[in-house]
Design a binder for this molecule. Structure first.
Ligand SMILES: *[C@@H]1O[C@H](CO)[C@@H](O)[C@H](O)[C@H]1NC(C)=O
Ligand SMILES: *[C@@H]1O[C@H](CO)[C@@H](O)[C@H](O)[C@H]1NC(C)=O
Ligand SMILES: *[C@@H]1O[C@H](CO)[C@@H](O)[C@H](O)[C@H]1NC(C)=O
Ligand SMILES: *[C@@H]1O[C@H](CO)[C@@H](O)[C@H](O)[C@H]1NC(C)=O
Ligand SMILES: *[C@@H]1O[C@H](CO)[C@@H](O)[C@H](O)[C@H]1NC(C)=O
Ligand SMILES: *[C@@H]1O[C@H](CO)[C@@H](O)[C@H](O)[C@H]1NC(C)=O
Ligand SMILES: *[C@@H]1O[C@H](CO)[C@@H](O)[C@H](O)[C@H]1NC(C)=O
Length: 208
């Protein structure tokens, strides 16, 4: 009998301790929840969920752009100019490490005097030790009426000896906000004497 009473007594002590723990746990929980609510209220000031219609993102357009890129590296009016080299650039088979800044003309036809559509501003650099290949970082800025001032940003690998190279469109501004897509580049003319080149571009862009 004494044993049973003692067991019950011990049990009730344990039970009370558990209950106290639960109460203090739930008090802590309430405090944590209140605090989180305060923080949540605060975070809404920098992040807001919006319906897609706010920015007319309900209908997506696919646009194809076709133009020619004039890489003028020689002569007094060069638009692509080497700005840096590595100690191994001159002895490397691929000119590794050479960095060229460009502000190249874009036109509707392959002739440099055909209608201008914009410029390709950015840089390319020899980035492959064994196979001739450039890393291209280009911002196309257009001045054709509907696209005036809009830009497309292109980043990609350019194995210049391949007949066709493909670069990802990583974004855009203006008409091209939220842009995604790709560009196909084909060299249509190269002057072996001075390195000037004309490259045909077909760019497929999804935008809104
Ligand atoms: C999307 O396409 C529609 C229909 O062709 C055109 O009216 C609209 O201007 C285009 N929007 C953009 C941003 O190009
Ligand atoms: C360079 O540009 C100037 C001014 O536009 C022009 O007069 C000249 O003929 C150009 N030179 C070459 C080699 O294209
Ligand atoms: C590489 O060669 C060019 C001439 O072709 C020269 O101007 C330049 O100084 C050379 N660079 C190095 C690092 O030797
Ligand atoms: C462009 O230049 C070529 C010669 O290179 C000339 O025959 C043609 O008439 C010019 N076109 C325009 C629109 O100026
Ligand atoms: C690089 O060139 C070698 C031959 O020189 C070729 O076997 C290899 O596939 C090329 N690699 C790439 C990534 O193009
Ligand atoms: C393009 O926009 C600039 C100003 O941002 C303006 O001066 C120029 O006339 C515009 N060109 C066309 C073709 O609309
Ligand atoms: C190639 O470049 C050289 C040197 O600048 C020039 O004399 C020649 O006319 C160019 N050839 C063509 C087809 O443009």
């Amino acid at each position: 009998m004494k044993n049973i009473l003692s067991t019950i007594y011990n049990f009730s002590i344990q039970f009370n301790t558990m209950a106290n723990n639960i109460i203090s746990t739930s008090t802590t929980t309430v405090i944590v929840i209140l605090f989180s609510l305060l923080l949540a209220g605060k975070s809404q000031t920098f992040s807001t969920s919006l319906p897609r219609s706010t920015l007319q993102l309900d209908k997506q357009n696919l646009t194809r752009l076709h133009f020619f890129f004039h890489d003028v590296v020689g002569g007094p009016n060069a638009t692509a100019i080497r700005v840096a080299t590595a100690p191994i650039t001159n002895t490397s088979a691929t000119g590794f490490g050479a960095v060229v800044m460009m502000d190249n003309l874009l036109t509707v036809g392959p002739e440099p005097n055909s209608t201008r559509v914009g410029r390709a501003q950015g840089m390319y650099a020899s980035a492959d030790l064994s196979n001739m290949s450039f890393m291209m970082v280009q911002n196309y800025v257009f001045d054709e009426e509907r696209f005036n001032g809009s830009t497309l940003s292109i980043l990609g690998r350019n194995p210049i000896m391949s007949p066709m190279r493909e670069f990802p469109v990583v974004g855009g501004t203006g008409v091209f906000r939220f842009a995604r897509g790709y560009a196909e580049a084909r060299t249509v003319f190269i002057n072996e004497t001075n390195g000037d080149a004309i490259v045909e571009y077909n760019v497929y862009v999804l935008h809104y």
